[in-house]
Design a binder for this molecule. Structure first.
Ligand SMILES: Cc1cc2nc3c(=O)[nH]c(=O)nc-3n(C[C@H](O)[C@H](O)[C@H](O)COP(=O)(O)OP(=O)(O)OC[C@H]3O[C@@H](n4cnc5c(N)ncnc54)[C@H](O)[C@@H]3O)c2cc1C
Length: 461
């Protein structure tokens, strides 16, 4: 049987039968019921990954790639008939080329480890989010992760200069080209970025680093609506280096203030914004931000505001925005959404969701926050007070509202299994057909993360 053959070939310190494997590989962050796979493999090298894939492909056995298991859409959840390939061991110390501002990293390198290595060299890896202590570079590339600095630096896709991946049949494709410009045919690395483990297993990457900006100034503001927020963002971009432009609706802000034990400004009725600018000198940044905001305070568009006067105050304001990480400890039954919307649709989408929830799930709560500067809203729909609500109906209603407003049903987290049924709301039949053709060409036996990202062929699209 395949498990014995894998153990004979790679060793009992690389492959474990499902029943004897560590149960932490049986589930992801989303707290689904654990599933015991056929086997768990922890390869030590790209060659091990190639051997695992070649043998599983020959035997027609599905494989599920895993990184830090922090994905939020079920993409790394095993099935009972699969071999889990967890990449955490592919984590040599990051090699930092300070002059070229490039890091060479293994797929298993934890984000925080890379951030520290970059900082030690006086540089920054600009992707940043709350799972930094657990998520791994391979998983971040596979999900094209975003975070709070996309506005300034872009998503994972914008950081990957080159990568190495192993195809379903064990072929190693090394595109570790660190050049900024390379117009020699198809950009193969892009095929793997955001592919959620369905086209190949990423083993290494060259990533872009940026210079450190040691100081920041942060403001928390309230404006009447998202239209005013967008006008403010456009103005700020012409005068200061905006690093983050985050939004919180009052219900989320009230929860976050309670959680952090602070309320720097009143919640009011509009939207709250967190603005961060970065640069070499804190006092100069505070001055520049104040100068940019004063006319908007005087004309009343900014209804209330507080500006950080120290790094500690800047962090305290960020703690309010990042209090979403504690939502799952306060509430038991939450459905999470991460949608993208055109600017003009954001406020109307928010209001439509509030109305729909009041009708479909009386007693529910909706908390909305996100990366306004990127057009990305996160919704936490809390059903603790609406135990009879049908989660699938609510999900369908909200994702359909996003699709109807020309939005994307996922801005950052991906499709996984969670959003499979709704992919057609954001992608045309032709686009889904082309995705299927790429998948069939690279993985004809459909062994790589089957049942994730692409809906079954029998479905309408
Ligand atoms: C507290 C918290 C905050 C978060 N904030 C953000 C945020 O602000 N922005 C954002 O974009 N995301 C955010 N996320 C989710 C984010 O997608 C993941 O944290 C991260 O990108 C996934 O990395 P991982 O190593 O945990 O991957 P996993 O969860 O292990 O896997 C994710 C997917 O990638 C595939 N995969 C993993 N490794 C590989 C590989 N080497 N090769 C091929 N496929 C692979 C898996 O099969 C799966 O489909 C957050 C998550 C948490 C828990």
């Amino acid at each position: 049987m395949i498990v014995n053959r894998l153990i004979e070939t790679l060793g009992a310190d690389v492959v474990w039968p499902g029943a004897r494997s560590d149960t932490r590989f049986h589930r992801d962050w989303t707290a689904r019921e654990p599933v015991q796979p056929l086997a768990v493999a922890l390869p030590r090298s790209t060659e091990d990954v190639a051997t695992l894939l070649r043998m599983c492909n020959d035997a027609g056995i599905p494989v599920v790639p895993q990184g830090g298991l922090t994905g939020l859409v079920g993409g790394a959840m095993p099935s009972a008939d699969c071999v889990v390939i967890n990449l955490s061991r592919l984590a040599p110390a990051p090699k930092i080329n300070r002059d070229a501002r490039i890091a060479e990293v293994g797929a298993g390198t934890v984000l925080e480890t890379l951030q520290q290595a970059a900082a030690d060299a006086g540089l920054v890896f600009p992707v940043e989010f709350g799972a930094r202590g657990s998520c791994e570079i391979g998983g971040m590339i596979a999900t094209n992760a975003g975070g709070v600095h996309v506005l300034r630096y872009g998503m994972m896709r914008d950081q990957v200069l080159g990568l190495e991946a192993v195809l379903a049949d064990g072929t190693v494709v090394t595109s570790m080209n660190p050049l900024k410009k390379n117009n020699t045919g198809y950009d193969l690395r892009q095929i793997f970025i955001g592919s959620e483990g369905t086209l190949g297993i990423i083993t290494r990457a060259h990533l872009r680093l940026v210079p450190i900006e040691p100081a920041r100034a942060v403001a928390l503001l309230r404006v009447p609506d998202t239209a005013a927020a967008h006008r403010l963002l456009d103005m700020l971009k012409t005068s200061v280096p905006v690093n983050a432009f985050e939004v919180m609706w009052p219900s989320y802000y009230a929860y976050a203030c309670e959680t952090t034990g602070t309320e720097p400004i009143a919640a009011g009725e509009g939207v709250l914004l967190l603005v961060e600018i970065t640069g070499p000198d804190e006092a100069a940044l505070q001055e520049a931000l104040l100068t940019a905001l004063v006319p908007w305070m005087e004309n009343g568009v900014i209804e209330d505001a507080v500006l950080s006067q120290s790094e500690a105050q800047a962090q305290a304001l960020w703690d309010i925005r990042e209090a979403n990480e504690a939502l799952s400890t306060k509430y038991r039954n939450i459905i999470g959404f991460d949608v993208s919307l055109p600017r003009a649709q954001m406020q109307a989408f928010h209001d439509e969701c509030i109305d729909a929830l009041a009708r479909l799930a009386p007693g529910s709560q909706m908390m909305c926050f996100g990366h306004l500067g990127d057009g990305n809203l996160h919704l936490a729909v809390i059903l603790d007070g609406a135990p009879d609500a049908d989660a699938t109906t609510l999900k369908s209603r909200i994702l359909t509202a996003a699709g109807a407003r020309s939005g994307a049903i996922s801005a950052e987290h991906g499709i996984g299994t969670d959003k499979l049924a709704w992919l057609h709301l954001s992608r045309s039949p032709e686009e889904i057909g082309m995705m299927r053709r790429i998948k069939t060409a690279l993985d004809p036996k459909n062994i790589l993360n089957p049942g994730k990202l692409l809906p079954p062929v029998s479905s309408a699209t």
